[in-house]
Design a protein around this ligand. Structure first.
Ligand SMILES: NC(=O)c1ccc[n+]([C@@H]2O[C@H](COP(=O)([O-])OP(=O)(O)OC[C@H]3O[C@@H](n4cnc5c(N)ncnc54)[C@H](O)[C@@H]3O)[C@@H](O)[C@H]2O)c1
Length: 255
């Protein structure tokens, strides 16, 4: 599928990897719908990028919001061809912490946003995309999720985060198998460590040490490099049902 003249819904599109994806879509002549909790950053991006972009305030943990975001895409651009799930939260918390137990509520919050929120967006987007006119390849849509290398080598403190991203990894193949009947592909990307606002609050020394864990290139990833992979996945129809690590060969240590 080409990006040009196609409409893509980007959850978490107001910041970081999602924002870079929105910019990539616009640069390539597509339309982007930003579905994010952050209205300020979302509206700022619309003001900067112009009429190829629209914003809809969305909490992906609320299934009605997810449904409304998809409806907004269709009412604004009359169509929806792709969904890129970038909304997510990262937490680091030990099960047996100095100040008490991890807590089930924290675990549930992370699962709600990263895993169930991703699923919620997928079901509503797929329902609309299955009605698209197929292209010559028979393709009607593409879904790209954001997992993490933590799904494979989660560190101490990442039980909830790793479980949520492991869920994203595990649902990729069954979703791709089911939605293949409609010509909708499903892929996931598992990024290593990328320089986004999620990491902006870390001290410079911590950022450098994380960057140095990456064999090559020996630095944090740039959000554009994530968006470049998303662009390739959109355009290459043979990519389906797979999780791609985008990580400079990093294998996270215990802590
Ligand atoms: N940055 C990294 O190194 C890295 C590595 C691996 C995976 N990831 C994953 O990539 C995705 C994007 O992360 P990022 O680094 O760009 O972070 P970010 O904080 O820059 O962006 C995340 C966006 O998601 C939005 N969001 C959070 N909760 C939401 C909700 N309930 N509903 C709707 N929007 C919500 C935020 O408002 C924000 O705009 C996340 O899923 C994250 O887990 C990031």
């Amino acid at each position: 599928m080409r990006v040009k003249n196609k409409t893509f819904l980007v959850s978490g599109g107001a910041s970081g990897l999602g924002e870079a994806t929105v910019r990539m879509i616009v640069l390539n002549g597509g339309q982007a719908v930003i579905a994010d909790l952050d209205s300020t950053k979302g509206e700022d991006l619309v003001a900067e990028l112009g009429e190829a972009v629209t914003f809809v305030k969305t909490d992906v943990t609320n299934d009605e919001d997810a449904k409304s975001a998809v409806a907004h895409a269709v009412s604004h651009f009359q169509t929806l061809h792709g969904l890129i799930n970038c909304a997510g939260v990262g937490i680091a918390k030990k099960v047996l912490g100095k100040r008490g137990l991890h807590g089930v509520e924290t675990f549930q919050k992370v699962m709600q946003v990263n895993l169930i929120g991703t699923f919620s967006m997928i079901q509503h987007a797929a329902e609309v995309m299955k009605e698209n006119e197929p292209n010559r390849e028979g393709e009607r849509g593409v879904i790209i999720n954001t997992a993490s290398v933590a799904a494979f080598d989660g560190q101490i403190g990442q039980a909830a985060y790793a479980a949520s991203k492991g869920g994203v990894v595990s649902m990729t193949l069954p979703l791709a198998r089911e939605l293949s009947a409609f010509g909708i592909r499903v892929m996931s990307v598992a990024p290593g460590i990328f320089e986004t606002p999620m990491f902006a609050t870390l001290p410079e020394a911590a950022k450098q040490s994380l960057g140095q864990m990456t064999p090559f290139p020996n630095r944090l990833g740039h959000p554009k490099e994530y968006a470049d992979l998303v662009q390739h996945i959109i355009t290459n129809p043979m990519l389906n049902g797979e999780v791609i690590r985008l990580d400079g060969a990093i294998r996270m240590q215990m802590k």
